[in-house]
Design a protein around this ligand. Structure first.
Ligand code: NI
Length: 198
C-alpha cells in the first residue's frame, strides 16, 4: 500500500467520530482539490496530499488534545517513512492554514492546501457543512438578533472567502461556488419571509 494511502487510512480513523463539517469526506475532497491545483502549478504533490488529508486532525475543532494529536501524527508520518523535511513542511502548512489563525502558509504547497480547504467553505457543500456545524454547536438557523446563527456565518466568513484565495485556479473555482451561495441566500430569504406564498 502506498504511503499516501496509509495516511488516508490514518485520517479516516482519526475522523471516524466526526459527524459535522470536519468528517473524512471533507479531508478527502480537500486532498483531491489541492492535488488538482498542485498539478497545474507544478507543486510538490506528496506534501500537498499529506497536509490536506491530515489538516483537521490537529485542529482544535476536532482534536480534544491538539498537542497530543500533533505528536501522534508526527510519529505516524515518521513510521511511514516520510523524510523529516517533508514532515516539517506538512506541519508548517497544517499549523498555519486555518481561517481563525488569520495566517497564510509561506510555501506554494501551503497556499494551495489553504485554497482547497477554503473552497470547501464556499458553495453547496459549504452550506451543508455550515448548518451541520451550527447544529452541533446548538446554533439557530436564522435570527436577526443573533450574531451566532447559521445564516450570519455566511456574512461573517463564507461570503468573504472568494476574495481571499491565494491561487488563480482557486479563485476561478471560488467564483462559481460563491455565485451559487448568493443565489441560495436569495431563495432562503424569499422562503423565510414567505414572499412566494399567496
Ligand atoms: Ni478543513
Amino acid at each position: 500500500m502506498s504511503k499516501i494511502k496509509q495516511v488516508e487510512m490514518y485520517a479516516k480513523e482519526k475522523l471516524l467520530t466526526e459527524t459535522a463539517a470536519h468528517d473524512f469526506p471533507h479531508s478527502y475532497r480537500v486532498m483531491k482539490i489541492a492535488k488538482y491545483i498542485g498539478e497545474q502549478l507544478n507543486a510538490q504533490l506528496e506534501v500537498i496530499m499529506v497536509a490536506a488529508l491530515t489538516h483537521d486532525i490537529i485542529d482544535k475543532k476536532v482534536s480534544l488534545d491538539v498537542k497530543d494529536s500533533k505528536k501522534k501524527l508526527h510519529k505516524k508520518l515518521i513510521s511511514l517513512g516520510f523524510d523529516l523535511q517533508t514532515i516539517k513542511h506538512v506541519f508548517d502548512i497544517i499549523e498555519n492554514m486555518s481561517y481563525s489563525s488569520g495566517r497564510i502558509p509561506s510555501t506554494i504547497e501551503g497556499k494551495i492546501v489553504q485554497d482547497a480547504d477554503r473552497l470547501e467553505a464556499i458553495g453547496a457543500i459549504s452550506i451543508a457543512r455550515a448548518f451541520a456545524y451550527g447544529g452541533k454547536m446548538n446554533r439557530l438557523i436564522h435570527d436577526e438578533q443573533d450574531k451566532n446563527s447559521g445564516i450570519q456565518h455566511f456574512y461573517d466568513k463564507l461570503l468573504l472567502l472568494k476574495d481571499q484565495m491565494n491561487t488563480e485556479i482557486g479563485k476561478k473555482i471560488a467564483m462559481k461556488r460563491h455565485e451559487f451561495m448568493e443565489n441560495y441566500l436569495k431563495q432562503f430569504f424569499v422562503e423565510w419571509n414567505l414572499e412566494d406564498i399567496g
